[in-house]
Design a protein around this ligand. Structure first.
Ligand SMILES: [Zn+2]
Length: 351
C-alpha cells in the first residue's frame, strides 16, 4: 500500500480564481468554444492525443486495479545505453495502457483519470478562445486554463500537463497572423514542453523566468545555455533564478525578459502565468508578494503588445484569486487594490 498525499493541481484552484475575479466586478466573462483537434495536432504528435483519449477506457478494459493510470516504466535514454539509436527509434508503442503511459509520459505527476481527456481538451479550447478574443480586437484576454500545459512537449505529457495550451495558442497565432509571436513564461517552473516545441523555430520566441533546474523540476532542461538551434538559434531565453528570489530581483529579471521580447518583431505575447512564485506556495521557494504581481502585469502590458494570458501553475489556493486579480488589474492599467474579495480574509487569504 502506498501513502495517499493530497494533490496540488485540483479544481479548487480555478474555482478560487474565478470567484475572486467575479467579485472584482471589473472583468467581463466568456465561455470557451469548441476548436476541434486541428490546432492541437499542429503542435502535438497525433499518438499523444490518441493515447489521452483512449487510455482511461483501455485501462478499465484491461481491468488495471488502480484509481488512476500512472506509468510503471519510462523509456529513459539510459535504458538503451550502448544500443544503436535506430533500435530505440524502432521500438513500438506498447499495447497495454500502463506501458503506453510510460511511452507518452515524463513522470508520475500525471495520473490519468476518467475526466482527464475532457479537461485537457477544454483547457485548449479556453486557450484558443482567448486567442480569438485577442485577434478579434481585445487588447488583452485571460484564459483560466486547467490543467496547465507548459511541461507537455510535442509527444509527451508531464508535470500536471497533458496538452500545451500556450504552445497551441502561440502556434495558432503564428499561423493566423503570419507574424512572429513571443511566449513569456513566468510560472515558477521552466516550461520544458514549450521550449522543446519551438526549439528550432525562429518565429516563436520563448522567454522563461523560473527556478534554477539545478534544484527544481524539471531538472534536465531550463538552463541559461539553452538558446535554441537552427532557425531557432537565439530564440530561446532561459532566466534561471535562485531560491528566495524576492520582488525586486524578480522584477529585474522580468525586465530582462521583456527587453528580449521588445527587441524582436511581433504584435502578440502569450503569457504562461503561474503563481507558484508566490511566497507561500507549497512547492515553490520564491518570495513574491501579491503587490508585485500587479507591477508585473503593468510592466508586461507596457510592452504595448496584445496579450494572451493563460493560467499555468500556482498551488497556494488561498492566494490564487488575489494574485490573478492583481496581475490582471496591473495589465489593464487599473490600480492595485489589495481589498480582499468577499469571503476572503486579509491579503486574500482565508487560512
Ligand atoms: Zn509551475
Amino acid at each position: 500500500m502506498g501513502l495517499a498525499i493530497p494533490a496540488n493541481e485540483v479544481a479548487e484552484r480555478a474555482e478560487r480564481i474565478r470567484s475572486t475575479l467575479e467579485a472584482d466586478g471589473g472583468f467581463a466573462f466568456e465561455g470557451p468554444t469548441d476548436h476541434g483537434t486541428d490546432p492541437i495536432l499542429a503542435v502535438h504528435d497525433a499518438g499523444l492525443l490518441r493515447f489521452l483519449e483512449e487510455a482511461w477506457p483501455a485501462a478499465r478494459a484491461q481491468a488495471i486495479p488502480r484509481p488512476n493510470l500512472i506509468a510503471d516504466t519510462y523509456p529513459t535514454f539510459r535504458m538503451f545505453e550502448g544500443m544503436s539509436p535506430e533500435l530505440l527509434a524502432s521500438r513500438p508503442e506498447p499495447v497495454f495502457a500502463a506501458g503506453r503511459a510510460g511511452w507518452w509520459g515524463l513522470d508520475t505527476a500525471n495520473p490519468l483519470v476518467a475526466g482527464t481527456y475532457t479537461a485537457a481538451r477544454a483547457a485548449v479550447d479556453v486557450a484558443l478562445t482567448t486567442v480569438d478574443l485577442v485577434l478579434g480586437g481585445e487588447r488583452a484576454a485571460y484564459g483560466l486554463c486547467r490543467p496547465p500545459g507548459h511541461h507537455a512537449a510535442r509527444s509527451m505529457a508531464g508535470g500536471y500537463c497533458f496538452l500545451n495550451n500556450a504552445a497551441i495558442a502561440a502556434e495558432a497565432i503564428a499561423r493566423r497572423t503570419r507574424n512572429p509571436v513571443a511566449i513569456l513564461d513566468v510560472d515558477y517552473h521552466h516550461g520544458n514542453g514549450t521550449q522543446q516545441i519551438f526549439w528550432r523555430r525562429g518565429d516563436v520566441l520563448y522567454v522563461s523566468l523560473h527556478a534554477d533546474p539545478e534544484r527544481q523540476y524539471p531538472f534536465f532542461l531550463g538552463r541559461a545555455d539553452e538558446t535554441g538551434e537552427g532557425e531557432g538559434s537565439g530564440a530561446n531565453l532561459n532566466i534561471p533564478l535562485p531560491a528566495g528570489t524576492d520582488d525586486e530581483a524578480y522584477v529585474g529579471a522580468l525586465d530582462r525578459g521583456l527587453e528580449a521580447i521588445a527587441s524582436t518583431p511581433g504584435d502578440v505575447v502569450v503569457v504562461s502565468l503561474g503563481f507558484d512564485t508566490y511566497v507561500d506556495d507549497p512547492i515553490g521557494d520564491f518570495a513574491l508578494t501579491t503587490a508585485v504581481y500587479h507591477e508585473c502585469g503593468r510592466r508586461v502590458a507596457a510592452l504595448g503588445r496584445r496579450l494572451v494570458v493563460l493560467q499555468e501553475g500556482g498551488y497556494h489556493r488561498p492566494s490564487l484569486g488575489a494574485n490573478a486579480r492583481a496581475w490582471l488589474r496591473g495589465a489593464e492599467g487599473r490600480p492595485y487594490d489589495p481589498t480582499p474579495a468577499f469571503g476572503f480574509g486579509p491579503n486574500g487569504s482565508d487560512r
